[in-house]
Design a protein around this ligand. Structure first.
Ligand code: AMP
Ligand code: MG
Length: 335
């Protein structure tokens, strides 16, 4: 598939906005990860997102909007919790699931009667949304199941090989996505708000605005269809050591380092003499920013046949890092 880069200039953004309005696909940076966008009012354009990603058709998309007023144009009702959260936390890495207007194409909603909306804070995403003048449906700009791209190069590598000759993608290069994991998804369509997916905004920040968040009931997989599928996984099998740094260093000293790529906090990497290692830095936000690029880097590293990640911290955005690693891993080992 052809991927055509555009600069992050006024001309590049103008070209990308016109492409969206014409029903074409545009990959663009957000503060979370790079998105693969299409006109969210155009079912044929949105269908191409599913084609290019190889995404299951019942996994709904997030509509990206420039402000809360634009969100209300796709929402059938705008619940009080949506108003409070949007007032306090938009623009930012928070997605709200609200009742959908029937005009929102089924293909966007995955057949549900709700729709997910988010107002991103990344300045290029905001300029693009303003230029397009449309709600932009956008999942992460990778093939379904693989780690999400946080740089334009990662998008080009992820999508360039897709076997979809009739569809092209414009790619706005805006540098690395600063947060590095997807948005937090909260369902405000029913009586009590439910946290459907941990993400770039901490649970604590949301609970400060609307009080305690529920978790989806065990018998309600349809509440968050995307959580059913394998996700974020590198090609090489990944083992997650869900242990504290000291225990992980002990465990790793017993393992052969050859052919194994290591992704761990700086203090773990520095305590070991590991030939193929990527540091997750010193904090949950460092780790989120490096996570996907680290997995993709190790997955391309010559001579490796497996990867090991070390993480056991659910503080703040650490919870989202844990969630992505647990879902990416072929095996999880706990202390
Ligand atoms: P992605 O675009 O892959 O980051 O995933 C979007 C996430 O939002 C998935 O986990 C979806 O299940 C979730 N989502 C999108 N729309 C809805 C909706 N209408 N109801 C519940 N979850 C949704
Ligand atoms: Mg994704």
């Amino acid at each position: 598939m052809a991927v055509t880069r555009l600069p992050a200039s006024a001309a590049g953004i103008g070209r990308a906005g016109a492409a969206l309005a014409a029903g074409e696909l545009v990959a663009f940076p957000t503060e979370t990860v790079y998105g693969l966008g299409a006109d969210g009012t155009n079912p044929r354009a949105v269908a191409n997102i599913y084609l290019v990603k190889g995404r299951p058709p019942d996994n709904p998309l997030i509509l990206h909007v420039v402000d809360a007023a634009a969100a209300q144009e796709v929402a059938r009702v705008w619940p009080d919790d949506a108003r409070r959260l949007a007032d306090r936390l938009w623009p930012g890495p928070l997605t709200l699931v609200v009742p959908a207007r029937p005009t929102v194409p089924r293909v966007v909603r995955g057949g549900l009667d709700t729709v997910a909306v988010r107002c991103p804070s990344h300045p290029l995403a905001r300029r693009l949304l303003a230029a397009a003048g449309l709600p932009v449906a956008a999942p992460s700009a990778n093939r379904s199941g693989q780690p999400s791209p946080t740089t334009a190069d990662a998008v080009a590598r992820a999508l360039g090989g897709a076997d979809v000759p009739d569809v092209g993608v414009w790619l706005v290069d805006g540098g690395p996505s600063p947060i590095g994991v997807e948005s937090t998804v909260v369902d405000v369509s029913r009586a009590r708000p439910v946290l459907l997916r941990p993400g770039g905004l901490s649970r604590e920040a949301i609970e400060q605005v609307v009080g305690p968040l529920d978790s989806p009931g065990a018998g309600e997989p349809a509440r968050s269809p995307g959580m059913r599928y394998r996700h974020y996984a590198p090609d090489r099998p990944l083992v997650l050591l869900a242990m504290d740094p000291e225990a992980a260093v002990q465990a790793l000293r017993q393992r052969p380092a050859a052919q194994t790529g290591l992704l761990a906090e700086r203090r773990v990497v520095e305590a070991l003499d590991w030939p193929a290692a990527v540091s997750l830095g010193d904090s949950p936000s460092d780790a989120a920013a490096v996570l996907f690029e680290g997995l993709l880097t190790l997955d391309r590293w010559p001579g490796l046949d497996r990867l090991v990640a070390v993480w056991n911290n659910r503080e703040g955005v650490g919870w989202a890092v844990m969630n992505r690693l647990e879902r990416a891993a072929a095996e999880v080992m706990r202390a």
